[in-house]
Every structure is written in structure tokens, then in C-alpha cells.
Design a protein around this ligand. Structure first.
Ligand code: FES
Length: 179
């Protein structure tokens, strides 16, 4: 893939994240949690969940990525800065990533973002990582419900006085793209 094509794909994904994060229902003052699902095990678990007609909490908004290794810290922070109250990454089990170690990168990046959030006074539990097998619909649902509960128990994320927006404005996040 050429550099231009990579850049275009990143821009497209960023636009999707911004649109997804801003998808709150103003009428119900609903919270938004942006969930990054890998297209392999997490998507298969999501599919099985849908086939079983099990609904996820209404707060969950999904963004599909080829592998959790594609989720940079900047994407997580962008979702928080653009309207999400929480973010999480769901991928394959530790030794079952279809790109070998993408989920290990994701685990490290989520931990990095948690530390970054904490350093600016934002609850680190707003960003989490889950792994699951393709057949593990119960684990997929449990992850969504857990994030819904965590975010429902927290106040809405305030952006005007700091938080993730301040992190991005301070120029910290862009440098984290390749962390
Ligand atoms: Fe699922 Fe890498 S393909 S985490």
C-alpha cells in the first residue's frame, strides 16, 4: 500500500471515529462508548451475539478495524475528545491475533492511554481492553456491559476544562501515534 493510500485510510478511519463519538442521543442525554472491534475474533463474537438476538447496551457504538494493532493511542483520545465518555478495544485472545502480535500492541497502547488520562485528571477506567475467542459471545457481551456500567457510574466526561481534549491540544497525543 502506498503512503498516500495509508494516509487516506487513516483519514477515513479518523472521520468514522469522530462521527461515531459524536453520535449521542441528545434527547435522552445518553452516554457514548466507542468500541474498537477487530474484524476477526471480536467481530465473530459480535456476529454470534447478533444471531442470538442478544442486544448490547445502547451506549455502545462500534468501529471495526482489521486488527486491534491498528488502534493507535491517537484514535482512542480522538474518540474521547470528540464526544465519547468511554472507549474500549476488543480483540482476539492473547495468542490468537491473526496478525500475530497486534493485540499485544493494543494492550500496551491502552495502558499508555490510561496513564495519560490519569496524568490529566481523567479516570483511566474510561479506556479498557478486552480479549475473546471468536465463539465467546458471552465474553463479548460481558465486556460491553462492564464498560456500560463503568461509564454509567462516572460523570460525563468534561472536555472544556481539560481531559482528553487538553491532552490532544497540548500536542501529547499526536506523538503517541506510534507508541
Ligand atoms: Fe484480532 Fe489482531 S486480528 S486482535
Amino acid at each position: 500500500m502506498s503512503a498516500a493510500a495509508v494516509e487516506e485510510a487513516q483519514d477515513t478511519l479518523r472521520d468514522e471515529i469522530v462521527a461515531t463519538a459524536g453520535d449521542a442521543d441528545a434527547a435522552t442525554d445518553d452516554r457514548v462508548i466507542v468500541a474498537f472491534f477487530c474484524r476477526e475474533c471480536a467481530y465473530a463474537a459480535a456476529d454470534a451475539t447478533g444471531n442470538a438476538r442478544i442486544s448490547l447496551p445502547t451506549t455502545i457504538r462500534s468501529v471495526l478495524v482489521p486488527c486491534t494493532g491498528r488502534v493507535s493511542p491517537l484514535y482512542l483520545l480522538t474518540a474521547l475528545a470528540e464526544g465519547a465518555d468511554g472507549v474500549y478495544v476488543a480483540g482476539c485472545l492473547e495468542d490468537q491475533c491473526h496478525y500475530r502480535i497486534g493485540n499485544f500492541h493494543a494492550i500496551d497502547r491502552v495502558a499508555f492511554v490510561q496513564r495519560l488520562l490519569e496524568s490529566v485528571g481523567v479516570e483511566p477506567e474510561r479506556c479498557q481492553m478486552f480479549t475473546m475467542s471468536a465463539a465467546d459471545s458471552p465474553r463479548f457481551v460481558a465486556a460491553a456491559k462492564r464498560m456500560h456500567k463503568v461509564i454509567s457510574d462516572l460523570p460525563p466526561l468534561v472536555r472544556s476544562t481539560g481531559g482528553a481534549a487538553a491532552v490532544i491540544a497540548a500536542g501529547v497525543a499526536p506523538n503517541a501515534e506510534g507508541a
